[in-house]
Write a protein that binds this ligand. Structure first.
Ligand code: FE2
Length: 200
């Protein structure tokens, strides 16, 4: 089956003022759509057609840089839309996830600080992550379309620090975008679901 652009799980103005309708229009309708259409062109004849997306991401990372850039970003953005919701953020995390953050990452405040620092410290385009790997949570950052999947982990939360994610609303103030995103948009229920699936 060909890659398809998923619908946003909320209306384009639902994340304002932290992320504007204009940003979502460009980011979803143009950027994510381009990853989908280019990915569909580049996968033809590779033998990976029809495989599960996670498998295509991992395989192409090893063998096909051009395809990987598109499918990695397709995977990342499918989740990115779900990692946000109107009236998100806050500190009421699902219990099991909160306990694991306490034991592995030194508590919520330390985790928040490290996650924001990873996003601010990623030089150029990329992502900051909360990932589950070898039974533990970790905070990481990756360049371009890379994600924890290709490093043996499971992505639980990721923030897009490509300029297309914040330049319209925050100009060059990436740290301001990261704080607003983390404190007001994160869908912790979805992060909790992914954690449950990964830690089974
Ligand atoms: Fe993006």
């Amino acid at each position: 089956m060909a890659f398809e652009l998923p619908e946003l799980p909320y209306s384009k103005d639902a994340l304002a003022p932290y992320m504007s309708a204009e940003t979502l229009e460009f980011h979803h309708d143009k950027h994510h759509n381009a990853y989908v259409t280019t990915g569909n062109k580049l996968i033809e004849g590779t033998g990976l057609e029809g495989k599960p997306l996670e498998e295509i991401v991992k395989e192409s990372y090893k063998s096909n840089d051009k395809l990987f850039n598109q499918v990695g970003q397709h995977f990342n953005h499918i989740h990115f839309w779900k990692w946000m919701k109107p009236n998100g953020g806050g500190r009421s995390l699902p219990g099991a996830l909160q306990s694991k953050i306490d034991s592995d990452l030194g508590g919520f405040d330390k985790f928040r600080e490290d996650f924001l620092a990873a996003g601010a410290g990623q030089f150029g385009s990329g992502w900051a992550w909360l990932a589950f790997k070898d039974g533990k949570l970790e905070v990481t950052k990756t360049p371009n379309g890379e994600n924890p999947l290709v490093h043996g982990g499971v992505p639980l939360l990721g923030v897009d620090v490509w300029e297309h994610s914040y330049y319209i609303d925050y100009r060059n103030a990436r740290p301001k975008y990261l704080e607003a995103w983390f404190d007001n948009l994160v869908n912790w229920d979805y992060v909790g679901e992914l954690f449950e699936g990964a830690s089974k």
